[in-house]
Design a protein around this ligand. Structure first.
Ligand SMILES: N[C@@H](CCC(=O)N[C@@H](CS)C(=O)NCC(=O)O)C(=O)O
Length: 228
């Protein structure tokens, strides 16, 4: 399909609605048209030996670009934003916003790992296995704590930094999954921020290419009282 800076094909390995959406969205922000190879969690496709040569932990995203394959969404987001710095989405060394930029990019995975644990308990665990109610309570409280931290970090800003950046792609993306586990009525600023991100043409273009996010079957997952 289309090309990156060095002219080769660009291929995104993607599960609809998953963290690989960050990369899909950022590619759209940068005007890079990628071929998308789709997978599903749980059908074994991410354990295919050919895929494991690209992403040895069998996770998405992986991105083939500039003659190499990269896994880990944070690494891909930093790489794309820095190697296409002319788009203004990175904060390079020496930039006064550099530390805050890196902090937001990496904080995204502190938060996403809590979402991942809740996904595992609420969505992927199959009977007779039962989620542990105490673990769900603690994990949900910890996720709420990261939303409070994000709310404080954002404050009255429009975006996490002075202007929209790759940090919004990385951390902002979590705001589509976190509300499935934590009620958002206490976070009007985060909901308004999410709406601003959603209104971006590149976000909408990515959404149109994403595919069906098959794993969630409801909008909100309360903590089951009868967990083990
Ligand atoms: N820290 C990694 C996490 C990647 C990850 O766990 N991705 C999930 C989808 S959101 C996945 O591929 N799960 C498949 C599985 O656990 O089998 C990143 O940000 O790329």
């Amino acid at each position: 399909m289309s090309d990156g800076a060095s002219g080769g094909p660009v291929r995104l390995h993607h599960v609809p609605g998953s963290r690989s959406f960050r990369v899909l969205w950022l590619l759209e922000e940068l005007g890079i048209l990628a071929e998308i190879q789709r997978y599903a969690i749980g059908d074994g496709s991410l354990r295919d030996p050919a895929y494991l040569t690209l992403a040895p932990a069998g996770r998405v995203p992986a991105l083939e670009i500039d003659g190499q394959a990269i896994f880990e969404s944070g690494a891909i987001v930093e790489f794309l934003a820095e190697t296409r710095d002319e788009a203004g989405l990175a904060r390079m060394p020496g930039d006064p916003e550099r530390a805050r930029y890196l902090q937001c990019i990496h904080f995204a995975e502190t938060q996403a790992s809590l979402i991942e644990n809740l996904n595992l308990s609420h969505v992927f665990l199959r009977p007779p296995a039962k989620p542990s109610a105490p673990v769900l309570k603690i994990t949900t409280a910890r996720l709420r704590g990261t939303l409070q931290a994000l709310d404080a970090l954002l404050g009255e800003r429009e975006h996490l930094l002075g202007e929209f950046s790759a940090a919004d792609v990385m951390l902002g993306f979590n705001l589509w999954a976190a509300p499935r586990f934590v009620p958002m009525d206490g976070f009007p600023r985060l909901l308004a921020y999410r709406a601003r991100l959603e209104a971006r043409p590149a976000f909408r273009a990515a959404q149109a290419r994403d595919g069906d996010a098959a794993f969630y079957d409801r909008d909100f997952y309360p903590i089951p009282e009868d967990g083990a």
